[in-house]
Write a protein that binds this ligand. Sequence first.
Ligand code: QL4
Length: 366
Amino acid sequence: KNWISFSHMSVDRSIFPFDSWLACEHTALKRSQLELNDDSSRFPQGIYSVRQTISRFLSVTRGVKCFPEQIVLGGGTQFLFYILRQLFDESTLYAMENPGYRRIYELLKMEQMRLKTIILDHKGISINLLRKTNPNVVYVTPSHQFPSGVVMPISRRIQLLNWAAESENRYIIEDDYDSEFKYQTDTIPSLQGLDSCGRVIYFGTFSKSLLPGLRLSYMILPQHLLKKYREKCSFIMSTSNALGQLTVQQFIDSGAYRKHIKHMKQVYIERQKKLIKHLKNRFGSLMTMHGANAGLHFTAAFDTRRTIDEIAHRAKSCKLELYNLKPYCLDGSYLYSKPAFILGFANLPLDKIDEGVDRLYYSIYQ
Ligand SMILES: Cc1ncc(COP(=O)(O)O)c(/C=N/[C@@H](CCC(=O)O)COc2ccccc2)c1O
């Protein structure tokens, strides 16, 4: 039998519009000889017209307010974060959500940066613990907290912005990952759009909405950090290739991007609904779910005497690709009272949901 995947780390390529992507790439190749013939040394932040398109679409979709000059394109969130880190001195204290995005945590640890983690409450990062920790830079994922799935309500966003505005050397990194897919709730405006003191550094990526292999991400610097970036880092050449940038620009400007997101939302909402229905039928009160209001995954904890490792082993033996929350508990201590898993449905076709839930039941209870 074939593998069935609950992975949160993939999109369903079968619904990616390769034909219109190819047409956009063809147009980009034909139209942009100049940019393609340059090693990007003249535009380390990425091609200007591409940044214009991105700043326009972010203002419509996320209420982000920025000039193209403030955008830096790069080959992945981690790389952009690495550049940003150069703008702060060694004494900077960083704080991250726990559970949280391990790839940024590891980057800060590797560079021996001062780093604290802060646990969540039902509205996202805990404001009380944030005040106690008193960091200079706090990294948050408000749209759909990674990996717990909590959607940060407007009230907590305002509290966060007020905290940042209270003192000079405080910044919020808003990683707006997974912001394209909202279900029950309406789109909540970005922290960046609500920020009036230039304290929010906005991160975004095309990994989820287009293709992870594209490696095209962006960060938006407040004016004074842009100035520092230009003094210190603009010798570093762009790590995102011109053809990828120009194709994305064409894909957005032609309207294909908006159409694709709409189509993905329809497909994913239908899958999520069917998956949740089958899970509830099968597991009932043995299962507690969180974070299903948005994104391409949610989490589920199960009442069972089996350990996470036993469940992981059994899942593998019945060819079920299943990730648990242990690797995202950043300080090593498991934060949950029961075995908890990430249930992604981006790569889970409707006709595999039934069998997928059966294999999950086998892994945990049979
Ligand atoms: C919080 C957060 N922020 C940003 C990113 C994206 O980084 P970028 O691709 O470098 O721009 C991820 C990717 N998270 C990774 C999963 C988490 C993990 O690493 O274990 C990859 O996630 C997906 C990629 C494509 C399709 C669906 C999911 C992030 O989890």
